[in-house]
Design a protein around this ligand. Structure first.
Ligand code: ADP
Ligand code: MG
Length: 673
């Protein structure tokens, strides 16, 4: 089972390297790597009945010699005619010149693939088989360049063969109660289904089990933490009032409520484990400051972590408005060794009380004198693993995680099953709705006119592109390209600057400073501005190729404007032509409510959008992200039922043991780089 992928006959070391890009190192990894789709080749379709866009299998006889053409360098086309009793068609392969060798006039074979009727009836890049019987339902796996479905299927077959008979781990009675298929059946049929029904039962079993283990393990974690003793921080009502009076505004009702919840947590004798969910601009920073304030008042150190250095710098500003400079340390990345050692010494000795940094603050070499509380901003990138790492930093540490990614409630119950949740719904007063427009290509020039006028009137703008540099593979505009275009074109003579993640930190900072001070009027950037930049004078957000972003992300980007008193606008551009894409993006023109937008994302694209692969390297939700919301809910109910009266004790014990092992394997080595 732990044999490497390269042990499969037909897969060499080089191909195995490509499997590794998909996190597939051993046969066991392959076993749990589920197809993203299936092609139903269980029935043959007569040529006459083939429909445009359909994926189908047909048995045909080749009726011409194959032809190769090379219309330009690095581009080849192989074509061949074929027919059955009902009609004729053409087979076409792009950039697969070797196909020619397997095609012989007069031979009969199976062709399987996508049917196209745009230029006559054709199969585009079909698979071929000399076995004439339909192969059944075939799996379609996610790929990387250089791999193909044939190799993936080969590896999956080998994995299934190597694993032999697995021991069923779910208790028999439990399986019956929830109609869950047996494990060997499930794995076999999830890869190579016998029929539609088996496929459905197979996937349901695997997703259900994953969702159950996920929720159950977080639930256990929660029980554990509730039993731990934490620091009973002292904070009087007078001190709270003093804190609030230091703020330049009155707290909103949701802020007050969250502050009460946090104060209660911190006073309690068990560690706080709370997530504060609030849309961009809802005012989470006050609550972060409050946690730091309480910890410091009680003689403890406190840490504030951000996912990016830019955001850490922003936080430093907020913190310095409230705390004495001598107490505060911003631990920057990329410090020369000596400077870093000096900074670390100040943290370890307790000289510095409030420490700000990226999540690199969790690294092993950073020791605190007495860390009492941790605030992690923009939970986006803090998954279960990171949460576990925070908890390890100081045994009794209070933890507040802040998330600007609104997640539908149903889903947050799952994802944050180990946490208490506070929600900031509603914005500080005076905040106005950001007017949002979908801009067709024909209106681009008008938009730039408008933009130039606003800049001339002293306002500022963000222009966000999906890419840093132009790419041959992705048809989207890059920040560098657009920057050059605008500088020499529509925004000629205006002060504009370029910002992207590949710049040096000091360059980025210089650009941001210039933008903050107003010296720079328009910022052309990638989505690095998604988090943390706060320039109230910015009133315009332009997002190019908006269809490349998720709704929640677009919403977050939009939140960068509308922070001041002037009316703000957001322009969404897209070259997409499909109605559904335009409709999806246009939803943002109708609402400004992040939780509604998240709910919409959930309905349109399923939970995978929230659990999914967007954050590279965060694989903890890999399997879960395939599950539907129904399955997730059913699994949650099952997890809850285990702790209700009348639950089967043996069943519970068996499942608890599994869930602990599951959690261990997920969190086991807390690798934070
Ligand atoms: P978040 O971190 O949730 O995106 P911030 O904490 O940065 O939001 O707050 C956004 C803006 O709103 C800041 O300029 C902040 O000063 C302001 N703000 C926060 N709370 C209030 C309030 N209760 N009344 C008025 N303005 C507020
Ligand atoms: Mg914030």
């Amino acid at each position: 089972m732990n044999a490497p992928i390269s042990s499969v006959k037909g897969i060499g070391e080089q191909k195995a390297k490509l499997f590794e890009k998909l996190d597939l190192c051993s046969l066991s990894d392959m076993l749990w790597f589920l197809p993203r789709a299936y092609c139903d080749y269980s029935k043959l379709t007569p040529v006459m009945a083939l429909e445009h866009g359909q994926t189908a299998a047909a048995r045909v006889t080749l009726s011409s010699e194959p032809k190769s053409a090379y219309p330009r360098k690095g581009f080849s086309i192989v074509t061949c005619n074929a027919m059955d009793e009902t009609g004729s068609l053409q087979l076409v392969w792009y950039n697969q010149p070797y196909r020619r060798n397997s095609l012989k006039n007069g031979s009969t074979m199976l062709v399987m693939g996508r049917v196209d009727r745009e230029k006559g009836l054709r199969f585009i890049n079909p698979e071929l088989s000399t076995a004439l019987e339909p192969p059944g339902i075939l799996p379609v796996y996610p790929l990387v360049a250089g791999l193909n479905q044939r190799l993936m299927r080969l590896a999956a077959k080998a994995a299934l063969a190597a694993c032999g008979q697995l021991k069923e781990t779910l208790p028999e009675g439990f399986r019956r109660k929830y109609s869950l298929a047996e494990i060997n059946f499930a794995l076999q049929n999830a890869h190579f289904p016998e029929d539609d029904g088996s496929l459905e039962r197979a996937r349901e079993r695997l997703f259900f089990e994953e969702a159950l283990m996920f929720t159950l393990s977080l639930k256990l974690k929660r029980f554990e933490r509730e039993a731990e003793s934490g620091i009973p921080f002292k904070i009087s009502e007078a001190e709270i009032a003093r804190f609030i009076s230091h703020m330049p505004f009155a707290l909103t009702k949701p802020q007050e409520r969250a502050l009460d919840e946090i104060a209660a947590d911190m006073r309690a004798g068990k560690p706080m484990n709370r997530i504060l969910q609030g849309d961009v601009g809802s005012g989470k920073t006050v609550l972060a400051l409050f946690v730091l304030y309480v910890a410091k008042l009680n003689g403890y150190q406190a840490a504030l972590m951000a996912p990016t250095e830019i955001l850490a710098l922003q936080h430093e500003k907020s913190v310095l408005e409230f705390f004495k400079e001598d107490d505060v340390l911003l631990l920057r990345g990329g410090l020369p060794n000596k400077a870093r050692q000096e900074a670390l010494a100040k943290i370890a000795s307790g000289e510095k009380r409030v420490i700000i940094g990226t999540h690199s603050l969790l690294q092993k070499d950073i020791e605190f004198e007495n860390l009492g509380a941790v605030v992690a901003d923009e939970q986006h990138r803090f998954g279960v693993r990171q949460r576990a790492a925070i908890a390890q930093k100081g045994a009794k540490t209070d933890v507040l995680i802040m998330s600007a990614t609104p997640i539908p409630r149903t889903l947050s119950l799952v994802l944050y099953g180990d946490l208490d949740v506070s929600v900031l719904n509603g914005m500080p007063p005076g905040r106005q709705r950001v007017k949002t427009y979908f801009v067709p290509t024909s209106k681009r020039a008008d938009m730039y006119d408008f933009l130039a006028k606003r800049l001339a009137a002293g306002e500022q703008a963000y222009i966000v592109c999906p890419l840093v540099e132009q790419s041959d593979e992705i048809p989207a505009i890059s920040a560098k390209e657009l920057y050059d275009e605008l500088r020499t074109g529509p925004l000629n003579g205006r002060a504009i600057a370029l910002l992207h993640g590949k710049q040096k930190a000091s360059d980025k900072q210089a650009v941001l400073d210039a933008f903050s001070s107003g010296e720079c009027e328009a910022l052309v950037s990638t989505s690095v501005v998604e988090v943390g930049v706060n320039v109230p004078n910015a009133t315009i957000m332009i997002i190019e190729d908006a269809d490349r972003f998720g709704l929640a992300q677009l919403h977050q980007l939009r939140g960068r404007v509308g922070r001041g008193v002037k009316p703000s606008s957001c322009f969404l551009l897209s070259r997409a032509e499909s109605d559904s894409t335009i409709e999806r993006i246009s939803y943002l023109t109708q609402t400004n409510d992040g939780f509604e937008i998240a709910q919409r994302d959930l309905e349109l694209r399923g939970p995978g959008e929230f659990l999914g692969t967007r954050q590279h390297g965060e694989s903890e939700y890999k399997l879960l992200s395939g599950a539907g919301m129904d399955t997730i809910k059913r699994a949650m109910d099952a997890a809850n039922a285990l702790f209700e009266g009348g639950a089967d004790v043996n069943e519970r014990e068996a499942l608890v043991k599994l869930a602990r092992a599951y959690y261990q394997s997920r969190v086991g080595e807390i690798a934070l780089n």
